[in-house]
Design a protein around this ligand. Structure first.
Ligand code: PLP
Length: 223
């Protein structure tokens, strides 16, 4: 994908978000686009930064550490989201590198992040991942356990929990999953709802997402 194509894709996705928000009577600025740059190198990311976009997602700490410190020195205002599973032994590096950690799903990880935040002196916004499809192979807390886990993260560990994220099962219609996460976040008074990817971000925009995570529709197919 050429730089021109990537920027055209970025604009098309933004237009599509605005359109979906319009049909749902939501404000044009209600959703933040997270450009998911995992597997793509700096040459692919630069045109998006040069076009003025600043919010990105990566799913691996190691890969992000190889790309983003340099880019953060070159461009101000970058907001980097961790959207992939986090191992406890990478908590310190994740806190150092990321501005939002979207995938908190177990007490041990919450505890390690608390310690890491104190050490680094930085408190990235935190989201709890909800396994809406209750899939065994997928990370996240079950919907019925979400409220208790959010409270534990806040009260026991003092984490700045700002919202929820989900990845619905691939074979299912995403709408009921999005609606469920929207309802849970509302019940808990959490302002951030991260849901929707290339295949379904317009639906997520209509169902209350505040952040959508779009990769291949911007950068092209991952090899
Ligand atoms: C890769 C990834 C995305 C982006 O997926 P696309 O289908 O390429 O838009 C979004 N969220 C998570 C958690 C991902 O791992």
């Amino acid at each position: 994908m050429s730089a021109i194509d990537i920027v055209a894709n970025l604009d098309a996705v933004k237009a599509s978000i605005r359109k979906a928000l319009g049909t749902a009577d939501r404000e044009a600025e209600a959703v933040e686009l997270i450009a998911v740059s995992k597997t793509f190198d700096v040459d692919h990311i630069l045109p998006v930064l040069q076009a003025g976009h600043r919010v990105f997602g990566e799913n691996r700490v190691q890969e992000a550490a190889s790309k983003w410190p340099g880019l953060k020195r070159q461009f101000s205002g970058i907001c980097l989201h961790l959207i992939g599973p986090l191992q406890t032994n990478k908590a310190l590096e994740a806190v150092t590198l990321f501005d939002v950690i979207e995938t908190i799903d177990r007490p041990k990880l919450a505890e390690k992040l608390t310690v890491a935040m104190e050490k680094v002196g930085k408190r990235p916004d935190c989201l709890v991942q909800v396994n809406t499809g209750e899939e065994n192979q997928k990370a996240g807390v079950a919907p019925r356990d979400t409220a208790a886990f959010v409270r534990q993260c806040q009260d026991e560990f003092g984490l700045p929990i700002k919202g929820l994220m989900c990845i619905p099962p691939a074979q299912e219609s995403p709408a009921p999953h999005f609606a469920l996460v929207h309802k849970l976040a509302e019940q808990m008074g959490l302002p951030i709802i991260s849901m929707g990817m290339s295949a379904d971000y317009q639906i997520a925009c209509q169902l209350g997402a505040t952040h959508v995570r779009v990769g291949s529709s911007i950068f092209g197919q991952r090899s």
